[in-house]
Design a protein around this ligand. Structure first.
Ligand SMILES: [Zn+2]
Length: 454
């Protein structure tokens, strides 16, 4: 049986992340992360997302102009399949055009026709797909990403079977009127780079959709070491973005690599694992993003913030123990999840948190910027209101037309013991001041976004 070959890494190079740059980039995208965003996959063997039949599925090419046509190519594990049908999930129906007609499903053949390069090679293809501009709209960069859907396999003997599988693949669209395509410089056949991207070629042998996820940590170490052979050790962050299908993957995660800052976690945690990757100490964390091909600024900003937050003392009732904020009233946040702009008590045991409608603010708040070293402690907005011993109950919404304009509120409900208020004195009772403080803290950061390409 043929092996999968993963052989490519694109590095998005060298954006200077000053405080202002962070604030700007964060507003480009929705940052309120869903709970899945940072967790590691619950089952790295892929028993839920893996496929019994599909070895590899990709859009070809991975990135297209806004109206360019593209194909889907699917390698399978057996040689008894005649054709296969992918039914787009409900929310994806009609998003792509097939022969200029909106489609709910696509049928792939291995007959050497209609874009299938070679008959009976167990690689099934369909071509002449295109973005449906009525549904997929974007200003600079857009995308289409497929997760769980039904796939029907029709076998040569006439029988068929339907499998629900996490395909976890996708394609990016670029507005060629607004996005410049940079020139590419070549170091050798396996390394090319431009002003913003380095492409590093590696190979991975594998047999199934899950092989990338099962080997992702090992691959990251190898490729980052290779990066340092050719490029200087001047990066604070790597952003790894796979274009290989990644079933069971969350949107992204952050592996912290080193920390020399006191006062951002309880207890203080000073460590330096950067030599494991070939860095002399500059490297702070490695952010992996999956199936979104690196285009999600909100996700990257969320994961970058994990370098510094949220690891405060549990006695402040500000964190949830997973590196995220608890049920906290913040006007905005880079970590999202349970926090929101308004926190109130509904009755004896039920509390609510909601954001202003159409006014949800994205971006790092003053506490987050302080922890990052980008604001002095005196600039943190106190008191900070949060729920003590909260449990998420569910979402809620109501619409009251007795008001003009009608009052609309939607958010999350919690049970909790009480509301806590953290003022400056209480904060300092449980957390030491950040050291280094604002006067000498690092203000400029470089990151390297890396895109893995097959
Ligand atoms: Zn997170």
């Amino acid at each position: 049986m043929k092996s999968l070959i993963v052989k490519g890494f694109l590095f998005l190079i060298s954006s200077l992340l000053s405080r202002e740059a962070i604030s700007q980039s964060i507003t480009e995208n929705y940052i309120q992360a869903d709970v899945k965003i940072c967790g590691k996959p619950s089952d790295s063997k892929g028993t839920t997302g893996g496929s019994d039949y599909i070895k590899k599925i990709t859009f070809q090419p991975y990135v297209v102009d806004e109206n360019e046509t593209f194909s889907v190519s699917c390698a399978v594990k057996t040689n008894d399949i005649q054709s296969l049908i992918i039914y787009w999930p409900d929310y994806d129906k009609g998003m792509l055009l097939l022969n200029d007609i909106p489609c709910d499903s696509i049928t792939l053949f291995d007959n050497g026709q209609n874009g299938d390069i070679k008959a009976n090679d167990n690689i099934f293809t369909i071509y002449n797909l295109r973005r449906n501009s009525a549904f997929i709209q974007f200003n600079y960069v857009g995308g289409f990403f497929v997760r769980y859907c039904n796939v029907k396999y029709i076998f040569r003997n006439g029988s068929s079977v339907i499998e629900n599988v996490d395909l976890a693949f996708g394609i990016r669209f670029i507005n060629s009127q607004k996005v410049d395509i940079p020139g590419v410089l070549k170091i050798n056949d396996s390394i090319q780079y431009s002003s913003h991207v380095v492409n590093l070629v590696e190979e991975l042998e594998g047999q199934s959709l899950n092989d990338y996820m099962n080997n992702s940590f090992k691959i990251e170490v190898e490729v980052i070491k290779k990066y340092y052979k050719y490029f200087p050790d001047d990066r604070d962050f790597f952003v790894v973005s796979s274009t290989f299908p990644t079933p069971n993957a969350p949107a992204g995660w952050c592996e912290t690599v080193s920390n020399d800052i006191v006062g951002i976690s309880s207890p203080d945690n000073i460590y330096n694992l950067s030599p494991n990757y070939g860095s002399g100490g500059r490297l702070k964390s490695i952010i992996s993003t999956f199936f979104t091909y690196g285009g999600n600024a909100g996700l990257v900003n969320h994961e970058i913030l994990h370098k510094w937050a949220a690891y405060l003392s549990s006695k402040l009732y500000l964190t949830d123990g997973t590196g995220h904020w608890g049920a906290v009233e913040f006007q905005n946040s880079g970590l999202g999840l349970f926090c929101g702009q308004h926190l109130y008590r509904l009755n004896d045991t039920i509390y609510r948190i909601y954001n202003d409608r159409n006014n949800a603010k994205v971006g790092y708040n003053t506490l987050e910027l302080y922890l990052m070293g980008l604001l002095p402690f005196d600039s943190v907005s106190f008191p900070i209101k949060s729920l003590v011993n909260f449990k998420y109950k569910g979402s809620y919404w109501f619409w009251n037309t007795n008001y003009e304009p009608a009052l609309y509120e939607s958010g999350s409900e919690f049970t909790a013991d009480s509301i806590s208020y953290v003022d400056k004195a209480k904060y300092l009772k449980y957390m030491p001041l950040r050291n280094p403080d604002f006067s000498i803290s690092q203000k400029d950061f470089y990151y390297e976004g890396r895109r893995k390409k097959e």
